[in-house]
Every structure is written in C-alpha cells, then in structure tokens.
Ligand binder design. Structure first.
Ligand code: NI
Length: 248
C-alpha cells in the first residue's frame, strides 16, 4: 500500500489498525559506468513497495535526494548537505508522528546517508526529550537493504571480493531487475575498482575512484541475480520490520 496512491480516509483507516510505515530513502548520485544515477533510491523503493504489497504495510514517498557530496565531481549527482537532510527527515518524521504513526522504518539504499540519518533521529528525539510533555510514542530506525543477512550471503556467494562498497554488483543487479531497460554491458578497467575511504571531498573522491566504483566489478550483475536479491531483500526487510514494529 503506497501513501501516494491512498486517500486520506484510507490512511486514517490504516492508522486505526496499525501505526508503522516504511520510508524508502536513497540518493541521486553516480554509480559507475553501468549503474543508474537513481540506483540508491530505486533499490529500496522496489523492495519497500513489494513488502507493502505482500504484507499490507504503508509505504511513504521515496526520499530521492541524500547526502552524496563526495560524488559531486561526477555529472548528475545531486546532494543535500547533512544539515539539509537532517531538516528534511525531521519534518518528515514530525508530519508522520502528528498523524499518529509511532514506528517509522527508513529503508535506506545509500551508505553515505547513515551518519546523517542518525543525527536526524537524535535531533527528533532531543526535541521530544527537551519538552516537558513529549506526547505520543515514537520509534525511528534505519534498515539498509544491502546489509540484510540473506542479501549479504547472496552477494558473498555470487561476487565474493568483487561486490565492493559503491556501484556494487548487487545494487546494479537489483536496479536492473527493477528497470530491465537499463542493462548495459560495459567492460570494467581495472576489473575490480580501487578500494578505500569515501570520507573526502568530491575532487579527492574522483582522484581515488576515477570511474566512480569502489572495490566492485558490477559487470558481473544480471537481471537474474537482481531477482534473487529482490526476493532475499523482501524477506530480510519484512523480518526486520516485523521485529521493529511488533507486528505479528
Ligand atoms: Ni549505491
């Protein structure tokens, strides 16, 4: 069930029976020579929509822009600075909380968002704690689709040390499953990209990682692999959501 495709009466009826919601969050950033700029948003929303469909969980609109400053030396990247993303997430959570949502499950597709998301949650919790009457219950969590146990096991089995940490083979595979028209056969040189840290500015990032990949060989990706990542992630995420929200 997608929030954007529901009426307000349907949302009200949903809130009468359950108060959890999934918010996909990604990024708009380069993903190497064969990956889409939208990869980090497409992957979590594809999984979230399926979890929503199978289990009747409401799914909010995708937060398509994330904290991607280190990718800005590559055309197409659009980044929010950390303080902007914190403000966007804070307002998103406070809007949902106002309606009575108590468990907000962010399904994330971008490692670079994690620190800023934690800071945003701390802002929201601090705001409540500093008030004398914080009001209704509120729980926030970040779940990374790429870090679930079934997904990790599959990535290890299919790609081992060619999975990498950015423009990974698994995320390219899942995005191709979601958007089969996007498949591109590109020869990677070197086959496995350099490894290293992304804690630097955009120009330094491009010097360290010239074609945008980090430690990966996404030419190993396929739609068939993507379908397997999709099923693995839907199971991982549903399990995590149930634990978080207390839903049977
Ligand atoms: Ni990514």
């Amino acid at each position: 069930m997608r929030l954007q495709h529901a009426t307000w009466q349907e949302v009200e009826a949903y809130l009468a029976r359950e108060t959890g919601i999934i918010v996909p969050i990604g990024s708009t950033e380069q993903h190497g020579p064969n990956g889409l700029v939208g990869t980090d948003a497409i992957c979590p929303e594809t999984v979230a929509w399926e979890v929503g469909k199978r289990h009747g969980v409401l799914v909010a609109p995708t937060q398509n822009l994330g904290m991607a400053q280190h990718h800005l030396a590559f055309p197409g990247t659009i980044s929010l600075r950390p303080s902007t993303l914190i403000a966007v997430l804070r307002d998103t959570v406070l809007s949902l909380s106002r309606h009575g949502f108590t468990h907000v499950f962010f399904l994330n597709g971008h490692g670079g968002n994690i620190a800023t998301m934690s800071a945003a949650f701390a802002e929201v919790y601090a705001e409540r704690s500093l008030q004398q009457a914080p009001g209704s219950e509120l729980h926030l969590t970040t779940n990374n689709w790429f870090a679930g146990p079934r997904v990790r096991e599959l990535a290890e089995a299919l790609y081992s040390d060619a999975e990498g940490t950015h423009a990974t083979a698994s995320e390219v595979a899942l995005s191709w499953f979601a958007r089969p028209e996007a498949v591109k056969q590109v020869e990677m040189s070197p086959r496995i990209a350099p490894r290293g840290s992304a804690q630097c500015d955009a120009d330094e990032f491009r010097r360290r990682f010239p074609d945008g990949r980090m430690g990966s060989d996404p030419s190993l990706a396929s739609i068939e692999h993507g379908k397997r990542f999709f099923e693995a992630s839907v199971d991982d995420v549903w399990e995590a959501y149930r634990t978080f929200s207390g839903r049977e």
